[in-house]
Design a protein around this ligand. Structure first.
Ligand SMILES: [Fe+2]
Ligand SMILES: [Fe+2]
Length: 470
């Protein structure tokens, strides 16, 4: 008997009315579950985890909490409800009716945008698959798994679009999404950050702070898309993304808090004697992941970005609310161009600077978070300020990748970079120290010594709730 997917896959897209689509997803689902078994979190698939599941798209009450084994998670397809008479909000098609089908001439561009977004979702699950074994508490373990199953759901959201609107090509792309592997030399994930291993929990918290926030900004830009099903998918994905950043930001904050407590209890002593992570070391982790994540926005000056904007496929974050003019024509954007020796301010056509526009919004959002972390050190009267490195620091992509810059963005020569790198980025010794702290703490109410418990639990449960039944 064939599975009734209208029940099996929660959805608000009337899946049961489209037999062909239903069959295509029927074929893809077992492959997805195989991928989850092979590349999802290791060794916890038979455990009951206190997870939230998306059950509707209502603002309140979209999520339902309960114990679920991860392979039984109900990965659903949710789009926010259509906006009546929605128009394309930017670019050359400004004011025309938004597209309910893929415009033929933009098919390749759109498919590329969707595949690039889709690829990050399973990649992050792969990057994080071993972390469960060293979780600092059941609370944190549950949060990790929540993020993982929701990244899986984001993959479903994108695969639904590929299957529904891109025919055979889309189905092939959906298969390839399950075939690439994070960090694999022969068939890596598309974007570099998503091939870097996430081996310790401080990296996980940085990843969910900085890389998931990149996700937020990419989704905000795609939520403006003239291709309406993409916009509606991304709008709902954003509701889940907020929790991912919460996990990261509060995780780092709890690590800082624990270090401050140790500093106060043992003034003038080295906190590593007491198993805490020095504030300077936390800053190095921030520097690494913040700089890697700014690379995800691409080159500063980009004809692709200009084309996506012109075509109405990818807008700016909060396009309608934040901008008066939506054609971005005859406007310039100042960029500090690196010519190999010095920085020269230059105006570039705004459309070509769209990557930089999005990166700037993203960077400013990160900077606000650094202020929150600094408030924690200040609350202990510890004069340590956290900061987000300048966008030029430690770049691998874009024009600044050709130079060397301090975290403040000042150009330096290669010898200085090599000499000072260890002050700014984790050294092998730092990594060994943090790695040694990563021992599992899998008992309800117990927290590893390097991190403070949260101020409250998930869904009004206590901090000592049994979030995962071991
Ligand atoms: Fe995601
Ligand atoms: Fe996420």
């Amino acid at each position: 008997m064939s599975i009734n997917y209208s029940e099996k896959i929660p959805n608000n897209v009337d899946l049961s009315s489209d037999r062909r689509l239903q069959r295509a997803l029927e074929k893809w689902q077992p492959a997805y579950l195989d991928w989850w078994a092979e590349m999802g979190p290791t060794d916890f698939n038979d455990k009951d985890v206190y997870l939230r599941t998306a059950v509707s798209v209502d603002r309140d009450g979209w999520a339902q909490f309960g114990y679920v084994k991860m392979p039984d998670y109900r990965w659903g397809i949710f789009l926010t409800p259509p906006e009546k008479d929605r128009k394309v909000g930017f670019g050359d098609h400004l004011g025309e009716a938004a597209w309910q089908e893929v415009p033929g001439e933009y098919r390749n561009s759109l498919r590329r945008l969707i595949v690039t977004q889709a690829d990050t979702e399973p990649a992050s699950v792969e990057q994080q698959r071993l972390l469960g074994h060293t979780a600092p508490s059941l609370y944190d373990l549950r949060n990790l798994f929540q993020v993982n199953v929701e990244e899986g759901r984001h993959l479903w959201a994108m695969v639904y679009l590929l299957h529904s609107y891109f025919g055979k090509d889309g189905r092939e792309e959906a298969e390839e999404l399950l075939e690439r592997r994070s960090g694999n030399a022969d068939r890596p994930r598309i974007l570099s950050t998503f091939n870097e291993p996430v081996q310790d929990w401080l990296s996980f918290f940085c990843f969910t702070t900085f890389t998931d926030r990149d996700g937020k900004y990419q989704l905000l830009a795609l939520a403006e898309s003239g291709f309406d099903p993409l916009a509606r998918s991304c709008r709902f994905m954003l509701t889940e993304e907020a929790h991912h950043m919460f996990v990261g930001q509060t995780g780092i904050n709890r690590t800082i808090q624990r270090t401050c407590e140790v500093m106060k209890a043992h003034p003038g002593e080295d906190v590593t004697k007491y198993g805490a992570i020095p504030l300077e070391m936390i800053q190095k982790w921030i520097n690494r992941w913040a700089s890697s994540s700014v690379d995800l926005f691409g080159a500063e000056i980009s004809s692709n970005a200009a084309t996506f904007f012109a075509q109405g496929l990818k807008g700016r974050a909060h396009e309608e609310k934040n901008y008066e003019r939506h054609d971005a024509l005859d406007e310039g954007y100042a960029i500090a161009k690196w010519d190999g020796k010095s920085l020269v301010n230059e105006d570039v056509p705004l459309r070509n600077a769209m990557n930089e526009v999005l990166r700037t919004d993203y960077w400013n959002d990160n900077a606000k978070q650094a202020v929150v972390w600094t408030k924690t050190t200040a609350s202990f009267d510890i004069p340590f300020e956290f900061s987000i490195p300048d966008r030029r620091f430690n770049r691998k992509i874009g024009m600044y990748a050709d130079g060397f810059f301090t975290p403040a963005g000042e150009p330096i020569d290669e010898a200085t970079w090599n000499a000072r790198r260890g002050e700014w980025l984790p050294t092998p010794e730092d990594e060994a120290y943090v790695k040694a702290l990563m021992v599992k703490c899998h008992e309800p109410g117990k927290y590893a010594g390097w991190i403070a418990p949260p101020s409250k639990g998930i869904n009004d449960q206590g901090v000592d709730f049994e979030y995962v039944k071991m």
